[in-house]
Design a protein. Structure first.
Length: 429
């Protein structure tokens, strides 16, 4: 009752929004970014205010449990607004990205033209240079058309964006090798179409022999297989509740080198770096010998295969099911030791309660503890710079009066929807 009275006292009624030319509320596409920034700033200010003990209505200030519930509800509503603005900003950002990717593609074609023009000084212009430019133009046109068709999903980057709205490392590596092989084949096709002498045509066809391109073909087959296998592994582990995945606000370039929580990932980083080095070597080999597939040495190809195997093993090893290890009565300084009763706070100790990427308040507020047949939302307890509850290893929730005395099961449901094991406790009258 105190919480409801406090909410009525704050007078939080909102009328319909007024949209004008300079709208920054977030409902308009051109104002999504500014609306998101303002929502984040307001949320951070409110969290710091509550963390310092200010901003509580007098109706709930006298009760620790009522004030905690009121603060948690206020922060949850503010976090939901931030999440809504973040989704709008992410969709608007993806809608603008396809133009940037198209510009980047044609900028790369322009760089290739400049490099070929500079290297042709003294050496002369060759048919291989013309074939390379035409192949780059064809690839650029195809990428631009595909990006236009998928402009709502990030343009050219749409195929490498995973189901969790993050850039997929395995897909990005595989797409890079596939694009390179398509370009190399188009260069050979262009030279073959322009060749008039039988000997030249025979030499170009011989450049496609498997004996010369077996290394690069093996690498392309491996990275494409890894991309498909990783998607299968992640999907099976998520459905089996052995891996928790939370959707990101929008894809970022750092996703290629980090895990879902934004921390640097060794399997991802080494896979990207080694694949990039091998790809650069293959590009140089193609530039030196444009009349044949790049002959990737077996030593370098084997290194890429070992890197891919390490990346795949990392995908198998990451994550884990959340687990409840114990449930005890929360005790503050000066309290007497006693059994768990309705109205008491309990501490749930375990691991993996907060999935990677779910550190935001809107995700934390979705965590639920099932005590018997009663579902208790985990309250948000703000501290300067973050939250002291919930955490990845400890949750503190009250035992509602609706919980019947006796032996009841306690179970946690994370923000990713994964359920933990059940732990039985005794609730006294």
């Amino acid at each position: 009752m105190a919480v409801q009275e406090a909410r009525q006292g704050t007078g939080r009624g909102s009328g319909p929004a007024v949209h004008e030319g300079g709208c920054t509320c977030g409902d308009c596409p051109h104002g999504a970014r500014e609306g998101h920034r303002r929502a984040v700033a307001e949320f951070l200010a409110k969290r710091e205010e509550f963390a310092s003990g200010r901003g509580l209505p007098t109706a709930v200030a006298h009760s620790a449990s009522a004030s905690r519930q009121w603060v948690s509800d206020e922060l949850t509503q503010s976090a939901d607004l931030v999440a809504e603005r973040s989704r709008a900003d992410g969709e608007a950002w993806l809608g603008r990205l396809w133009r940037r990717t198209a510009v980047a593609v044609w900028a790369a074609v322009g760089v290739l033209l400049l490099v070929q023009a500079l290297t042709a000084i003294g050496a002369g212009w060759t048919m291989a240079r013309t074939a390379g430019l035409l192949a780059a133009a064809l690839v650029g046109a195809a990428l631009t058309a595909a990006g236009c068709l998928h402009r709502a999903r990030g343009g050219v980057l749409a195929p490498v964006i995973g189901e969790d709205n993050r850039l997929s490392t395995s897909r990005a590596v595989a797409a890079s090798w596939v694009l390179f092989m398509v370009y190399a084949l188009l260069v050979l096709v262009g030279e073959l179409a322009a060749a008039s002498a039988h000997g030249t045509r025979d030499a170009l066809i011989a450049g496609l022999d498997l004996a010369r391109g077996v290394g690069v073909v093996t690498v392309v087959a491996m990275v494409c297989g890894i991309a498909v296998l990783v998607r299968r592994v992640v999907g099976v582990r998520v459905l089996g509740q052995r891996l928790q995945k939370v959707r990101a606000g929008r894809p970022r370039a750092a996703d290629l080198l980090t895990d879902d929580s934004g921390r640097g990932s060794f399997p991802d980083t080494q896979y990207v770096v080694i694949s990039a080095v091998a790809l650069v070597f293959a590009v140089v080999r193609l530039a030196r010998r444009p009349d044949q597939l790049p002959d990737l040495p077996w030593g370098l190809a084997l290194l890429v295969l070992v890197s891919a195997a390490t990346y795949l093993a990392g995908k198998y090893a990451e994550g884990g099911r959340p687990v409840v290890l114990s449930v005890v009565r929360a005790r503050e300084a000066g309290d007497l030791d006693a059994p768990i009763r309705t109205g008491d706070d309990i501490e749930i100790r375990g691991a993996c309660f907060v999935p990677p990427g779910a550190q935001g308040a809107d995700r934390l507020s979705r965590m639920v503890v099932r005590i018997g047949t009663v579902h208790v939302h985990v309250p948000l307890v703000p501290v300067p710079g973050g939250f002291s509850n919930p955490t990845d290893t400890l949750l503190t929730v009250p035992v509602p009066a609706d919980v019947e005395p006796g032996r009841v099961d306690v179970q946690v449901v994370t923000a990713a929807g994964v359920e933990t094991n059940r732990v039985t406790i005794d609730v006294m009258e």
